[in-house]
Design a protein around this ligand. Sequence first.
Ligand SMILES: [Mg+2]
Length: 372
Amino acid sequence: MDLLPSHNSPVLVDYISANISRFGLSSPTAFSSSLLLSSPNLGNLDDVIVTGLHDYVTASSSPTVKLNNDSAFEFDETENTYRKWMLKYPSAISSFEKITNHANNKRIALFLDYDGTLSPIVNDPDCAFMSNAMRSTVKHVAEYFPTAIISGRSRDKVYNFVGLTELYYAGSHGMDIMGPVNKSKFVNDHPNCIRSTDKQGKEVNMFQPASKFLPMINEIFISLNENTKGINGAKVENNKFCVSVHYRLVDRKNWPIVSQIVLDILKEYPDLKLTHGRKVLEIRPIIDWNKGKAVQFLLESLELSNADDVLPIYIGDDRTDEDAFKLLREGNRGYGILVSSIPKESNAFYSLRDPSEVMYFLKSLVKWKSST
Ligand SMILES: [Mg+2]
């Protein structure tokens, strides 16, 4: 294979997670899960971002630890830890033959997260553009395999980023799906499924299980916007059926203020819950729906469900992608591939380090399929 991405610089890491890992505190996943609020929507303030900050600040203040903004721990140490972790989550690139052996005589269905998977994580969420090379790769891959993007962004926004009409799109963490029209009873009988047309005028099925929350989401978006206006760097994003509060550009000393504002506002909305992503707090409806269910819905929509000859592959870097990894792992149905440059527990089978490796993997799939 050619085009193997090179990694001659220290891995890029989420700042907190990296240092948590470095200090031998809880694993990044354990750290993350402590930040995840389940229903009821509000726990103690300590349950959310402040816990992480407290741990982080405590670790940072240790005299034995030297921190700088490059999250610099020794490259060798990082690599060793990463390689050990890869024994459990092997690279999808080095395991490519194993994957394609399993895929022989099967139809692959591809599910791709967007941020951190197809595009790099950037400071300004409005500028998370994918490269032309990645766009071209995704376009090629969709010629061979049914391909869907499942993102936390609004469906329109992620479509604008990707710009490919060949794909299926699910926005708002799977709460806004546009899929093909078919005869599936599961899809057509679903109360939240309506017939519509896409931008090209083609008939499609729209599935929006959280549609009744739309006014509430708009209301909390306005409120969050108003209340975070004075915090330099804070950005509130309306993702249609969920709202994101980005704090990547907020001065670290103001992070607890951001979280407190979010928690205070959320107290007024018992039907909404808070989760924590990569430097982002996400507010969404408490409904029994997630990216795993979105994958199931799309498989049904594509008439690829309950078929032994279908191999779904899901590639993502988010905590919310774990629901999809779990769905595929539990039924032994397909492969989850976690995109991560740091070790973390996952329901995925394989790993890829970053979007450049995702692109290489997708190109390899095209090359394999076109030669068989
Ligand atoms: Mg992502």
